[in-house]
Design a protein around this ligand. Structure first.
Ligand code: PAF
Length: 309
């Protein structure tokens, strides 16, 4: 079925209700994106299409989560290619609202605050980023909710008497801190949605896909491979029930002069608190997440691998 592009919340609600009725659907999936889509987003959309009767993808470059106006301006906008990619994965509706549609009164006065979990790691380098991201995710989760929605002006209309369809939203494991925060927001504030995490998609050489990779030169892309190599080293150690030896992994990254590390650590996947020092010296047991962020040329890259033993 050809994808349908809608730009207002009212149209989105009407179209998703129409599709749910037409397909006698019992579930709706939402894939929130900022566009400039790549195979990682395709994987999110495919997973949503496999698991739901109706799939909505949002495309919105959210000014609230950019600290820097230059970064916001240069964020790639590729709507036609994005629509083609989404259609191929079986997405029914693309919701590409304007800034005025999402923030009709200008910058919102009341926002979601990410709290302590939003201040560390990425949050330390990008103050306010997660408050902005969570605020828009909260709004997108409301816009994309099946059987209920927002009337013009912001009031909720309730769903059908027969019970609401299941509602799921899809986020990439690559943005591990965003994922942990979205899960926390949904749990802490009782959002009626299931959050589904989709594993990171990598290039054949191992680089985690990101919309920002297009700004890397060939030399920088090659240098950036050291991030996933260092993470794989820790993963191998964890799988072999050996001490993680973070030092060797750090040395590997430091050997690449084009890569400027911001942080590299092993943390609890839910709280993102660093795991006890001793997991670096004694055999690794349990669950962890190895996280890394680095600047390569003009681009800040993040990556992570789940560690299970
Ligand atoms: O991960 C992203 O692309 C964005 O942070 C999101 C979740 C679409 C919110 O703007």
């Amino acid at each position: 079925m050809p994808i349908k592009l809608v730009t207002t919340a009212t149209e989105l609600r009407a179209e998703s209700a129409r599709l749910l009725t037409q397909k006698q659907g019992v579930s709706q999936g939402l894939v929130p994106t900022m566009g400039a889509l790549h195979e990682g987003h395709a994987q999110l959309a495919r997973t949503a299409a496999e698991q739901n009767d109706v799939v909505v993808a949002s495309i919105f470059v959210n000014p609230l989560q950019f600290g820097d106006a230059v970064d916001l301006d240069r964020y790639p906008r590729t709507l036609d290619a994005d629509l083609a990619l989404l259609e191929e994965q079986g997405v029914d509706l693309a919701f590409a609202p304007s800034v005025e549609e999402v923030y009709p009164g200008g910058e919102p006065m009341v926002r979601v605050t990410a709290g302590r979990l939003g201040e560390k790691w990425e949050g330390a380098s990008r103050p306010g980023h997660f408050d902005g991201a969570l605020t828009v995710v909260a709004k997108l989760l409301h816009f994309g909710m099946p059987g209920a929605g927002l009337q013009a002006g912001g009031a909720f209309v309730s769903g059908s008497a027969g019970g609401l369809p299941a509602y799921r939203a899809y986020f990439g494991q690559k943005d591990a801190q965003q994922l942990a925060l979205v899960r926390r927001m949904v749990a802490d504030l009782n959002f009626p949605v299931e959050i589904v995490a989709v594993p990171t998609v990598r290039s054949s050489e191992g680089l985690a896909l990101s919309s920002r990779n297009r700004f890397l030169t060939q030399e920088q892309s090659e240098a950036a491979l050291v991030l996933s190599r260092a993470l794989s080293l820790l993963e191998e150690r964890a799988n072999a029930h050996e001490p993680l030896d973070l030092e060797s992994a750090e040395e590997l990254v430091a050997s690449q002069p084009l890569v400027e590390v911001d942080y590299f650590d092993v943390v609890d996947p839910r709280t993102l608190e660093p795991l006890a020092e001793n997991c670096k010296e004694t055999p690794f047991r349990g669950e962890g997440l190895a996280i890394i962020a680095a600047k390569v040329g003009p681009v800040r890259l993040i990556d992570n691998v789940p560690l299970n033993s």
